[in-house]
Design a protein around this ligand. Structure first.
Ligand code: HEC
Length: 123
C-alpha cells in the first residue's frame, strides 16, 4: 500500500515536467541547414550573448523583445556585428565590431538567431 502511494506521487510530480509546452533552450533541435550559423554564432557571439542567447555578464540576451524582427530587423544584426554598437539599451558598454566577421558569415548567423528566437516563442 505504502509503495503504491509513493509511486503515484512520483507520477504526479513528473506530469507537469513532461506535459509542459515551454521548451528549454537546450531542447531546441537545430535543423541541419542552420548548423553552420550555430557554429559561427558559438564562435563569434556566444561569449557575450550566451550559448543559448540568454546573455552573459558581457552582453544582453538576444531572446528579448528588443531584438524581435519588428524592433531590430536583420540589417541591425549585420550592422552590429560588422560595425559594432554604441551602448544604448543596456549597461554592458559598447559592442565592438566582431573581428573576423563578414557579411557572408552573417548570412548564416542571422537565420540561426531568428530560428532560435522563434523556437523560444519570442515572436
Ligand atoms: C564583446 C561582447 C559582444 C560580442 C562578441 C557580440 N556582442 Fe552583440 N552586443 C553586445 C552588447 C554589450 C550589446 C548591447 C549594446 C546596447 O544596446 O547597450 C550588443 C548588442 C547587439 C545587438 C543589438 C544592436 C542594436 O542595434 O541595438 C545585436 C543585434 C547584436 N549585439 C548581435 C551580435 C551578434 C550577431 C554577434 C556575433 C556576430 C555579437 N552581437 C557579438 C556585446 C557583444
Amino acid at each position: 500500500m505504502k509503495k503504491t502511494c509513493k509511486y503515484s506521487l512520483g507520477l504526479l510530480l513528473l506530469l507537469p515536467l513532461t506535459t509542459g509546452t515551454i521548451k528549454a533552450a537546450e531542447d531546441i533541435e537545430i535543423p541541419f541547414h542552420l548548423a553552420k550559423g550555430q557554429i559561427l554564432y558559438a564562435k563569434y557571439c556566444s561569449s557575450c550573448h550566451g550559448a543559448e542567447l540568454h546573455g552573459s555578464d558581457k552582453g544582453p540576451p538576444l531572446i528579448h523583445p528588443f531584438y524581435k524582427p519588428s524592433h531590430h530587423g536583420d540589417k541591425s544584426f549585420y550592422r552590429a556585428a560588422l560595425q559594432g554598437v554604441r551602448q544604448h539599451h543596456w549597461e554592458f558598454g559598447d559592442m565592438p565590431a566582431v573581428a573576423g566577421m563578414t557579411p557572408k558569415k552573417m548570412d548564416s548567423v542571422v537565420p540561426f538567431i531568428r530560428y532560435f528566437q522563434q523556437q523560444m516563442k519570442l515572436y
